[in-house]
Design a protein around this ligand. Structure first.
Ligand SMILES: [Zn+2]
Length: 122
């Protein structure tokens, strides 16, 4: 999985900054390639986003992890359920690709998935 993402990152061009239009600065860190400009940043050459978007994505991840950590369903099924709930394809359904608006919908979607899953078990 990790090597797949690394290959993907190298194949992508360095992103341009949506604020000033210049090519983002790129630094190799121990967590991977980090691009930044004008207070925005991203990893692995994805589009630069602001701190609010990063926070919304982190919150979305924490919320989503509750589904499979509580053993309600395997991780793959949880992603499938989340994609359906958000009206995304399975390929689009990655926190790191979500804009802030979509990421903010994840906790509500997760609550609905957990609720439905518990009802089906009962
Ligand atoms: Zn910039």
């Amino acid at each position: 999985m990790t090597s797949h993402y690394r290959r993907e990152a190298v194949a992508r061009p360095v992103p341009n900054c949506p604020i000033c239009g210049t090519q983002a600065r790129e630094v190799q860190t121990k967590y991977g390639l980090r691009n930044s400009c004008c207070g925005l940043w991203s990893w692995d050459r994805h589009d630069l986003v602001d701190a609010g978007t990063h926070k919304a994505r982190n919150d979305a991840h924490a919320s989503f992890d509750r589904i499979w950590k509580s053993r309600l369903m395997p991780r793959g099924d949880a992603y499938k359920a989340l994609a359906e709930e958000l009206n995304l394809t399975r390929d689009q359904c990655h926190m790191k690709l979500m804009d802030r608006e979509t990421a903010l919908r994840v906790p509500v979607a997760v609550a609905a998935i957990i609720e439905r899953s518990r009802r089906n078990e009962a």
